[in-house]
Design a protein around this ligand. Structure first.
Ligand code: CP
Ligand code: NVA
Length: 306
């Protein structure tokens, strides 16, 4: 059974196929609509956390492809409380053809996959956000016409979004830099598990504590919230310590003159990104958000193609 839990579990070739498929499905949608290749199929979506983009884009994506989605919110199934993950996965597998989950503990999504008889998609865990990274690569590819050898700089917190972006960079031969405060770096095992991918693709990685060093000559600057879901108690401390990593006009001056700015959203304007940059000429944040729809259609079609 094939799942979409983390990018490092896929081959670079298969991930590239997903990007091409996403571009194809996007063009098909824009020229009149997708063929109903997922007719009669149901996606069961489990949410432990809030969502706008992921929830709507998966639901609408299923509709465009002729299928439909069921949304199970945090209070509905009591993941791991009312019933074990193993039982939920085995019951849901009898009703739906594919499961997607947004969870706190990454282990919850791997546990669902372990017991499920249908494919499982990670819609974000505390550790990773692979659907986001796929849409990010699609956005970069559309804009530059290629991704290999582009320099992508991530600023702020070494979080789930940064981890998946690193994995994408490793697969596709990008030069990935990251600037975080001390103690907010990406964990060592995250670097370790993609080393072999980078050796094969020619990707390089560099970690800094200085934002200007990380963005020097960057083609893409990427940021995300400084306070992820589940970290709300640390808000005050995080906002103070991350301040030097704000993506603002001054920071962009050190990047390539044609730099593009990405943000997975939701944005906290005035914190990790200024209004001026988010709404400015370098920003692709809304194209990126739209691409969640197209990238996830590719994941759904690929996982359900048997
Ligand atoms: N970027 C993203 O995953 O957005 P949501 O949390 O709104 O789904
Ligand atoms: N890092 C953020 C991403 C939200 C899409 C979070 O986990 O809350």
């Amino acid at each position: 059974m094939r799942h979409f839990i983390d990018l490092h579990e896929w081959s670079s070739k298969d991930l590239w196929h997903l990007i091409q498929l996403a571009a194809h499905l996007k063009a098909e949608w824009q020229s009149g609509g997708n063929r109903p290749v997922l007719g009669g199929k149901t996606l069961g979506m489990i949410f432990q956390k809030q969502s706008l983009r992921t929830r709507v884009s998966f639901d609408v994506g299923m509709q465009h492809l002729g299928g439909h989605a069921i949304i199970l919110g945090p209070d509905e199934i009591g993941l791991g409380k009312r019933e074990s993950l193993a039982d939920i996965a085995r019951v849901l597998s009898g009703y739906v053809q594919i499961i997607a989950a947004r969870v706190y503990s990454h282990q919850h999504v791997t546990e669902l996959a372990k017991w499920s008889r249908v494919p499982v998609i990670n819609m974000l865990s505390d550790d990773s956000h692979p659907c986001q990274a796929l849409a990010d690569v699609l956005t970069i590819y559309e804009h530059f016409g290629a991704v290999r050898e582009l320099k992508v700089a991530f600023l702020g917190d070494g979080n789930n979004v940064a981890a998946s972006l690193l994995e994408a960079a490793a697969h596709f031969g990008m030069h990935f830099t990251i600037a975080t405060p001390k103690n907010y770096e990406l964990p060592a095992h995250v670097w370790q598990r993609v080393k072999h991918l980078a050796e094969a693709s020619g990707a390089t990685f560099q970690a800094f504590h200085d934002a200007d060093e990380a963005v020097e000559g960057a083609h893409v600057i990427y940021t995300d919230t400084w306070v992820s879901m589940g970290q709300e108690k640390e808000t005050e401390q995080r906002l103070a310590i991350m301040r030097p990593y704000q993506v603002n006009r001054h920071l962009l001056e050190g990047a390539d003159r044609n730099v593009v700015v990405l943000h997975c959203l939701p944005a906290h304007r005035g914190d990790e990104i200024t209004d001026e940059v988010a709404d400015g000429e370098h920003s692709l944040i809304f194209e990126q958000a739209e691409n969640r729809l197209h990238a996830q259609k590719a994941i759904l079609v690929e996982l359900l193609k048997q």
